[in-house]
Design a protein around this ligand. Structure first.
Ligand code: D5M
Ligand code: FE
Ligand code: ZN
Length: 638
């Protein structure tokens, strides 16, 4: 096993590793077993595996005395553990065969090529369970007013199947092959997610620089001063995720109930369950009646004649919806619909009661009347993807940018502009990290991630103190890879000056009256791959697709590992004034109904990977937004 194998394996588990630790493992008698042992023992608070995380003595002892496989609860159903009003569910206790819960480790083993039940690695196989909730809908004529969204969301999931916790340790690519909507329990595949969903937020300590105000979210953090900041929504310090099945259920309930609520304001939708009852006129009953439903898209297929069929699910049931290719506009919109997004559909149900023919599709989007907030002054600078430590980091351009911020530009106009800057927002990838992509170390100038942050801190100390800096992490930063990501750890924060505030990813912040939603933008890779017309060259177009769905990462799985928190942090609500993303290293600026969408570029030149895939970065371009009128200027530093 050579260096790059070690880094690759660590990377697959979404950790980073220091060069010293790589060396220690490589030089051992059995690098493979040692690496496996290390990965099985690292505590969730570890992001970068260092030599201090490798307990050689314990490793040796483990190899001498193999541990047996432990089976939690003896393999019996454990739905008693579901604390949210279990009385509303009927619990079926007799329907589980051992094969069912053994399916979990099988899934897991597809990740590492090695068998899972190696005796020297403890494996716990918790029980599987299955339950059937009782849906309490009394009459055929039930309407959406009678069955409120919260009732739907909390009380009437139609069936659930819990799986071994181990399944949640499987790869995110596996998650991508499974539909999130099966959380509504219509007997389909089981969910899984990144191997890091099982970690609670390791960085509970938040900088003491801010004050906490009471709020529904457990406290807005407010940083007073000349350039005040209020953090409205941020996972930091609030992660509850331990990767259990019910957390996925809760997560999708929150997603469904909040997004469907937005759509519900615009259509009179009924629960899907009620479509099976003859409470309205179907096709052929003397003129069919138009009805509406709101559901999460759990399947998309195309008929032999080229029409589209969606399976839509809500907590009461699932229904097939046909979109005919003869309805041009509707069909075009349907071609952009993604798995797991929440949509409203109006249409008529066929005589056999099995299919809805859609006449209208409604995405949550932002309302036309959304007012831009005004009253602030000064400017905010939006940057991302600095990639300090990369050998492609464009230090000369970066230093020129710092000179500009310091008011040291040659031109008077630039000095004046610099004097009006109140905020600088960094939307992730501050450093290049290590072990993020295969062979990344070949393109690093600074091999130690902490040294990379020390270098970054040095740069940030040059920024004038009156500019408030907000740093949010990205996939190259030293926090968990599963999103939402918490703010950078205290150890790293400590090197940065007082004017820097650290938030999670995503984070909604208020800058003296202007709301900015900061999101690194990893889901843009997925959106480019799945929505026709969305490209890396115009990244703001991808952000527009997020806004239409009121969700930063609509499709569950794929490249974004989503940690199932109680609240869906990716929902775009309230509507911000600005959405600031990065990640794809290209610049994009668009406006959509008074929301300004900005994807900032990068400070990293084209990497080998980007050359191979023909991704042309737009480095050293800086959008500056006027906080009074949202006018955007782009400055170049090359
Ligand atoms: O991502 C910058 C962009 O490049 C983003 O679109 C992902 C893509 N990228 C870069 N390197 C790789 C590798 N090795 N595999 C897949 N995708 C990659 P950033 O997060 O800055 O690396
Ligand atoms: Fe990046
Ligand atoms: Zn990135």
């Amino acid at each position: 096993m050579d260096k790059s194998d070690i880094i690759r394996t660590v990377m697959e588990k979404e950790y980073q590793i220091s060069p010293e630790a790589v060396e220690l493992i490589r030089a051992s008698n059995s690098p493979e077993s040692l690496l496996k042992y290390v990965l099985s023992t690292v505590n969730d608070s570890v992001v970068v595996i260092g030599v201090e995380n490798i307990d050689l003595e314990d490793f040796a002892a483990q190899r001498k005395a193999p541990k047996p496989i432990s089976v939690k609860n003896g393999g019996h159903p454990k739905f008693e553990e579901f604390t949210e009003d279990p009385s509303s569910y009927e619990i079926q206790t007799s329907s589980i065969k051992p094969e069912e819960f053994l399916a979990g480790p099988e899934l897991l083993s597809s990740r590492s090529d090695e068998p899972l039940s190696e005796p020297d690695i403890p494996v716990s196989i918790p029980s599987a369970s299955f339950h059937q909730p009782v849906i309490d809908i009394q009459s055929d004529t039930v309407s959406s007013e009678e069955v409120s969204a919260s009732h739907l969301a909390s009380d009437s999931l139609s069936s659930l199947k819990a799986v071994p916790d181990q399944v949640f340790s499987s790869s995110s690519s596996q998650a991508g092959s499974l539909s999130a909507s099966s959380f509504f329990g219509h007997g389909k595949s089981l969910p899984s997610s990144s191997n890091r969903v099982s970690m609670a937020d390791p960085f509970l300590s938040i900088s003491e620089k801010g004050l906490s105000l009471n709020s529904r979210d457990g406290g807005y953090k407010h940083y007073p001063g000349r350039n005040p900041v209020t953090v409205i929504s941020d996972i930091t310090g609030h992660s509850t995720c331990v990767g259990e099945y019910m957390q996925f259920v809760q997560y999708f309930r929150d997603r469904y109930s909040r997004l469907s609520e937005i759509i519900r304001g615009r259509i009179n939708a009924r629960p899907i369950e009620s479509l099976k009852k003859r409470s309205f006129r179907r096709g052929g009953d003397g003129g069919s009646e138009e009805i509406s439903i709101i559901g999460m898209v759990s399947d998309i297929s195309t008929t032999t004649n080229g029409h589209k069929i969606f399976a839509l699910e809500d907590p009461t049931g699932s229904f097939s919806v046909l979109i005919r290719n003869t309805e041009k506009e509707l069909f075009e919109l349907a071609s952009k619909i993604l798995l797991d997004e929440v949509v409203g559909v109006t249409g008529s149900v066929t005589n056999d009661g099995n299919l809805m023919i859609a006449s209208k599709l409604i995405q949550p989007d932002v309302p036309n009347c959304i007012q831009r907030r005004t009253g602030s002054h000064g400017k905010v600078v939006l940057i991302s993807d600095v990639h300090v430590g990369s050998s492609q980091f464009l230090e000369d351009s970066w230093l020129e940018f710092l000179d500009f911020l310091k008011g040291e530009s040659d031109s008077e106009a630039m000095r004046e502009l610099a004097a009006s800057i109140r905020y600088l927002v960094v939307a992730g990838d501050l450093v290049d990290g290590i072990g993020i992509y295969p062979d990344q170390e070949m393109e690093l100038d600074i091999l130690d991630v902490y040294d990379q942050y020390r270098k970054a801190a040095e740069y940030f100390r040059e920024i004038p103190e009156h500019i408030r800096v907000i740093i949010s992490p990205g996939n190259h930063d030293a926090v968990r890879q599963a999103e939402p990501q918490p703010a950078l750890p205290e150890r790293i924060q400590a090197d940065f000056p007082q004017n820097v505030i650290f938030v999670g990813n995503p984070a909604l912040v208020d800058l003296d009256g202007v709301r900015i939603l900061i999101y690194h933008g990893r889901s843009i890779d997925d959106l480019v791959a799945s929505i026709p017309g969305v490209s890396y060259q115009e990244p703001a177009g991808a952000v527009l697709e997020m806004v239409k769905r009121r969700h930063l990462a609509p499709t569950y799985g794929s490249r974004v590992s989503i940690s199932p928190e109680k609240k869906d942090y990716f929902i775009i609500d309230p509507v911000p004034d600005i959405i600031h993303t990065g990640h794809v290293h290209t610049l994009g600026i668009q406006r959509h109904k008074n929301v300004l969408l900005v994807n900032s570029g990068t400070w990293q030149d084209q990497t080998e990977f980007q050359k191979r895939v023909n991704l042309m970065p737009v480095p050293a371009r800086v959008p500056i937004v006027d906080l009074a009128d949202f006018d955007v200027k782009v400055l170049g530093f090359d």
